[in-house]
Design a protein around this ligand. Structure first.
Ligand SMILES: CC(C)(COP(=O)(O)OP(=O)(O)OC[C@H]1O[C@@H](n2cnc3c(N)ncnc32)[C@H](O)[C@@H]1OP(=O)(O)O)[C@@H](O)C(=O)NCCC(=O)NCCS
Length: 440
């Protein structure tokens, strides 16, 4: 059988051979056309890269290696007490392309436990930042400080055969994922819990330990963390955080540099920061309306006010999806099971009833339905995690699973430096006038 690392190499070698054959036979086939509008408008719908770990369907939502979220909830290994999947199993699935056994998931749990030591200088660097620093800035700074530990950077400096890149990248990916819960929890306890830190528990799984180190011992919160870490992990390759990690990695920047770059993108309000924006927006609505249980009519009025002041309704819309995000639905199911009477959670559901028809009526929004961020904050608040500026850090810890599994594949498949062509408007105008090609 061999270790997971050895088995990954065998799987990747087979995929490499298959892709070479595929390109030999079909490499010149056209996959689509690029319009002028697409190059000006964020490359929407332009197929431009390969990401093996997951695929997004506009109508159905995300599938990880072919499995939908409900299928994963059924088929991935679970913690002994729990009903939600272990993110360790999802990582295995994304890396290996097949469902893990209970033993495979347990092997990853113990591997990450063994690799989870964070050197002191990382904490010192986080401590050097002012306490009012945004948690995402602290997080990315911590990841950058951890870059001193990169195997790949050390091996590359010594001189490494390009066939062996994947090996050091794999080790870095595992080390980094293993250490992220400790860094995230440290930031949480430093910023919000008076620097009163909690030591890791070597008997817990990756997500359970994160909950523990943050100070949440409720078993159903640990369940939420397992679900949260599973559903936020990956959303195919074109989103800002995945694409950035992949792009920076293509320059052979090590996984610490590449992942930190990606997470700077996740920290934007149109991407991962939307999870804090949603709850901030709901809290502001409650304050303005003077109630923690607004009616649908009150919500409708508040939504219209948000739109007329030129703001987006956070948590709604998507660049690719055209239906309710199944990650929203999975969280809704969790809410129905664990906290059906929670007022904030019920407000999220009323917003879900109210917002789509309003957005639809504007006629310009391609997707009026909720995305993952519309729901996550309300579940966290239920357990007392009210510090919403921290939410994107949780998203970032989860997103490591997808983008780093992908980075292992990028190097194992020998993907080259990514370098698309850009043009100037001047060159576009000349081309439209028939005076030369667009790239001249
Ligand atoms: C996710 C998002 C950035 C996708 O952007 P996109 O692909 O450009 O979306 P569309 O093509 O539907 O946008 C068309 C128009 O509708 C607007 N729009 C899209 N979603 C909107 C929303 N939730 N509220 C108000 N307006 C919205 C856009 O701003 C754009 O307006 P413009 O033409 O005046 O510039 C966008 O829907 C958004 O800003 N949503 C809120 C933030 C959020 O939840 N982000 C997390 C994503 S997982």
């Amino acid at each position: 059988m061999g270790t997971i690392k050895e088995r990954f190499k065998v799987t990747a070698d087979a995929a490499n051979t298959e892709i070479k054959e595929l390109l030999k036979e079909h490499g010149s086939k056209k996959i689509g056309e690029v319009t002028l509008a697409q190059i000006y408008q964020g490359m929407r719908g332009m197929t431009g890269l390969v990401t093996e770990t997951s695929l997004l369907d506009a109508q159905e939502g995300i599938r990880f290696r072919g499995y939908s979220i409900p299928e994963l909830q059924q088929q991935l290994p679970k913690a002994p007490e729990g009903g939600e999947p272990l993110p360790e199993g999802l990582f295995y699935l994304m890396l290996m392309g097949e469902l893990p056994t209970e033993e495979d998931a347990a092997e990853i749990t113990s591997l990450w436990q063994r690799r989870s030591h964070v050197p002191n200088h990382v904490f010192d660097i986080i401590d050097a930042l002012p306490i009012n620093t945004h948690p995402m800035t602290m997080f990315v700074t911590g990841v950058m400080a951890l870059q001193t530990e990169s195997n790949f950077a050390k091996e590359y400096a010594k001189g490494i055969n390009k066939k062996d890149y994947w090996n050091a990248i794999y080790d870095d990916a595992m080390d980094l994922i293993a250490r992220l819960p400790r860094i995230a929890a440290y930031i949480y306890r430093r910023k919000y819990k008076n620097n009163d830190h909690i030591q890791p528990n070597g008997l817990l799984d990756w997500a359970g330990n994160l909950a523990h180190m943050m100070g949440f011992e409720d078993e159903s919160f640990k369940e939420l963390m397992r679900l949260y870490m599973t559903i936020h992990a990956d959303h195919e390759g074109g989103n800002v955080s995945a694409h950035t990690t992949h792009l920076v990695g293509s320059a052979l920047s090590d996984p610490f540099l590449s992942y930190a770059a990606g997470m700077n993108g996740l920290a934007g309000p149109l991407h991962g920061l939307a999870n804090q924006e949603v709850i901030k927006w709901i809290f502001e609505m409650q304050e303005e309306l003077g109630t923690d249980d607004p009616s649908k009519e009150q919500i409708e009025e508040y939504v219209r006010k948000t739109l007329s002041s030129g703001k987006v309704v956070p948590g709604y819309g998507h660049a690719v999806l055209r239906k309710t995000d199944p990650r929203f639905t999975a969280q809704m199911e969790f809410g129905k099971k664990h906290m059906p009477d929670d007022k904030l959670v019920n407000t999220v559901w009323k917003i879900y009833d109210t917002v789509p028809p309003i957005l639809q009526s504007l006629g310009k929004i391609k997707n009026p339905w909720p995305n993952v961020d519309a729901h996550s904050g309300a579940l966290l608040v239920h357990y007392g995690l009210v510090e919403y500026e921290f939410y994107t850090v949780l998203f970032a810890v989860s997103r490591a699973l997808g983008v780093l599994a992908s980075l292992c594949w990028d190097r194992a498949l020998g993907f080259p430096l990514e370098r698309p062509k850009s043009v100037t408007t001047q060159s576009v105008k000349l081309w439209l006038e028939g005076k030369g090609e667009i790239w001249e």
